[in-house]
Design a protein around this ligand. Sequence first.
Ligand code: ADP
Length: 396
Amino acid sequence: MANGSENGRLNGNLRVLIVEDNPSDAELEIAELRRGGFNVASDLAQTRDEVSDHLAKNVYEVILADYNLPYFRGMETLDILREKGLSIPLILVTGALKSVTAVECVKQVATDYVLKENLTRLSVSVRRALEEARLRVERKRAQDELARKVDELARSNEDLEQFAYVASHDLQEPLRMVAAYTQLLAERYRGKLDDNADKYIGYAVEGAVRMQALIEDVLAFSRVGRNGHEHQATDCDSAVDEAIKNLTAAVQESGVTVTRSPLPILVADQVHLVHLFQNLIGNAIKFRGREPPVVKISAEKNGSEWLFTVADNGIGIAPEHKEFIFKIFQRLHTRSEYSGNGIGLAICRKIVEQHGGRIWVDSEAGQGSTFRFTLAAGPADKELGHETDTRDLISR
Ligand code: ADP
């Protein structure tokens, strides 16, 4: 049907329903459209039933409706269109209409109005209505396509997450057996076989332990999507305190100084926010340079969101790796240089995105790194106090 009417439009064919009680006025309208280059086929309707009947049987590109008919008001055609789920442009063609009423009608989604004493405007008005209808259909098509793609993506993400969860969860058990028995082999037979055997058993134990760590990380990553906690008022200062406490060993061993400007209260997943700060501060400590490590955390309000900054004076990241490091299992160093599996920043990104925010890094190799992320502002802000030096917290 849509194709038929589209082809018609391209050929200059125009199927029009005229809602009009005066046949000679209808004739004038048809003549005007023909003069304007349309090859017109028309039906005439005078009552609600006739309009309804024609709309049920035919496909129209445009409706021309008089405002006042003896038994019917042309604008009521809009109700019929709505009931039938049709979106056909309707142009009021009328003799007696105060401009206020006309504007009201157009506001009520009549496409346009044309005065009977100025019918020369009719073809222009119809052409514009057809063009608008075409654009509407195109826009709707694009929106539907976008919605379908978003749906598809969400489903495929869900499938992937489910796969990662099931695979890593189910792999844990057999892997525990491999790890336990290779460790047993190492303990019982070290020095009793030849040197090569000791070396090979050592490799097997190391591989099993690494694989366990990797699987734990995949599970942790997929849990961020699956085990969301209730979003509640979360004081980011407390989240940072908690993160630093969880990092006590690294904080003490590195002698890091963590300073922070006052942080806001947000409606967020508290457990995940602790995790987010912990990963970023932990990395700042791990990837420290020659200088004693310093981490500066701050937040500033930017319209409806907060922009957080976690800046360090560590080894920095070359600009070409700025995107890469947020991908799962991607890292810039070997395990012998720095421990880790490359999952921390992927988890950070997932947490931030689940809160509707973005995360990125600004850095140059050797110049320290500044991680930034946004989170939606809470309904109310707390009174922000003074800058804190977190060494106090650890010694507390
Ligand atoms: P991991 O720490 O296990 O390597 P991450 O996903 O946390 O995994 O980080 C990925 C990579 O990003 C790291 O291997 C490191 O190269 C780089 N990186 C992350 N944080 C920093 C930082 N603060 N300074 C310098 N490099 C960093």
